[in-house]
Design a protein around this ligand. Structure first.
Ligand SMILES: [Zn+2]
Length: 200
């Protein structure tokens, strides 16, 4: 059969297709395991340095919009668009106590499977195909400038109210007062910032 050019070409195409499938499966499996992604469970990284409060939140997309593939139907696209609109205002997700006088100075939203919607959202016409991932996370970072960082006492985790599918949030904190780990959940929607805000 290898003397026939047509059959040979077909064989090569078949091999190429099998290789491509293996790569996609491997990528999906590696992503699902490597990201420790468990539906209902989010992580927060909170750091305070001088006047800068930085928060990074990682959540399974499933908890925010009910699916993790690139949106296909009109309903899914609307859900993704709504999520991005909510994240335009960080107080949908969390809010430092007002006494610290924190204002947002930067934010970033990374959600690979929403990138087509996201680029349209921000006016960039480029498109990508990320439909291969089985699991997908939102990675959301917000940086605040706080005029009175010593007065930081509490971070309201409004995300637990905005997105009730979130069950547990593991938070790691670091600041002048040291390091701490805390958990927020549907029964306790705040993180105590006093332990890290002031040097002991
Ligand atoms: Zn998932």
């Amino acid at each position: 059969m290898f003397t026939q050019p047509l059959a040979g070409a077909r064989a090569i195409r078949v091999v190429a297709c099998v290789v491509a499938s293996v790569v996609v499966l491997f990528t999906s499996a590696a992503y699902a395991q490597g990201e420790r992604h468990q539906h209902g469970a989010s992580t927060l990284e909170i750091s305070l340095e001088k006047n800068t409060l930085a928060i990074r939140w990682e959540s399974p997309l499933n908890d925010l919009i009910g699916f993790e593939h690139a949106p296909r139907s009109a309903k899914e696209k609307a859900a993704a668009q709504n999520l991005l609109s909510l994240l335009d205002d960080p107080s949908s997700a969390f809010k430092p106590n007002s006494e610290a006088m924190c204002r947002m100075v930067a934010k970033s939203i990374t959600a690979p499977n929403l990138s087509d919607i996201q680029t349209k959202h921000t006016g960039d016409a480029s498109t990508h195909d990320h439909d291969h991932a089985v699991h997908s996370d939102l990675d959301y970072s917000v940086t605040y400038h706080c005029s009175s960082p010593d007065a930081l006492s509490q971070l309201d985790i409004r995300a637990l109210t905005t997105w009730p599918a979130i069950k547990d949030i593991d938070a790691s904190l670091v600041g002048p007062g040291g390091q701490a780990s805390q958990e927020a959940n549907q029964g306790a929607k705040t993180i105590d910032l006093k332990t890290i805000a002031v040097a002991r």
